[in-house]
Design a protein around this ligand. Sequence first.
Ligand code: NAD
Ligand code: TDX
Length: 341
Amino acid sequence: MKNILVTGAAGFIGSAFARYMVNTYPHYNIIVFDKLTYAGNLNNLTPIDDEPNYRFVRGDIADRDAVRRTLAEYQIDTVVNFAAESHVDRSILQPDAFIHTDVVGVYIMLDESKKHGVGRFLQVSTDEVYGDVESGYSVETDTFLPNSPYAASKAGGELMVRAYHVTHGMDTVITRGSNTFGPYQYPEKLLPLFITEALDDKPLPLYGDGLQVRDWLYVEDHVTGVDAVLHRGESGEAYNVAGENELHNIDVVKQMLALVGKPESLIKHVPDREGHDRRYAMNCDKLRAIGWERRYNFPDALAETVRWYHDNEWWWREIKTGDYLDYFKQQYAARLSADAD
Ligand code: NAD
Ligand code: TDX
């Protein structure tokens, strides 16, 4: 590995991965390729702007010519694909972009990578491909049962990765991460949305009874999981990256409110998300077997995250304007004025 193309790395997890890789492996060149959709933000990459082993290229992973040119210009030998439409609620409102990026985009990246002779191709995927897990823990060989258009599009992308490995012998690996949180997360996901709304004393729209279970993983631990699979994962295999930290949504929100110093009366139960999965939970023994271990515990990581949003209003206030407000209105206006189901 020498020249690594990291797609989607102006977003939340990809930018954390790019910052980590640039600093951890000064002998690798890290080329970020990102379309800069609403979720892409160059402010996420300013900490590495001046590093000699970092470059940024603006482009769409579904744009064959742009992908081909970039692979050639930077003599790319390794691809890590974070690029995706990533928000379940948006996939319910408008699924088109999810098919474009999470299915077609993955296919174009694979096809051009094959033609260019890329070595390792790592696809970043999600626990949501397994669907609702009533009891027990998902293992990597479980059947896919995706329930949202987002989860279905991620599953489609993954299956194409598998096909290129089996059919064309490409060296592919896949990571399936659980619910990730930390600094620089776009304020549409549960924690950054609720932290920033709570800081402004606004009501927090908790879907349904709030008893859904998610497995919370700190972004820095997700990043080292991807690194472990990139360097030590077996070709053709998928690896779960889990927080092993299951919590009901309502308990996550209460812990967050205590840290922000705001009352629980801000919580407002609103009508549920359509097709809302009750629980995700994965076993990650396979990743541990290749030497990964988590370094962060949830209470400290949540406190650090709350502190970051408190100290970096400049980052999120700039985002919560314009198109963001249109989305917020579409997703929440009726919910916040309705009674919960
Ligand atoms: P994000 O929405 O914060 O960032 C996505 C990035 O991809 C943005 O920078 C955006 O500009 C870019 N992008 C979108 N479409 C593109 C295209 N067609 N071409 C090039 N760039 C494009 O997402 P995130 O939360 O950082 O998630 C990153 C990856 O991790 C995704 O693949 C997601 O499915 C996966 N994942 C996320 C979580 C989570 O909890 N956030 C958990 C597991 C897996
Ligand atoms: O306003 C809200 N109210 C609410 O109750 C929002 C935005 C969320 N929720 C609930 C829905 C979920 O049960 O909180 C939980 C977490 O929601 P999200 O932050 O939207 O995450 P989730 O739907 O679980 O998906 C996340 O984890 C898997 C990421 O967004 C995906 O990209 C990742 O693949």
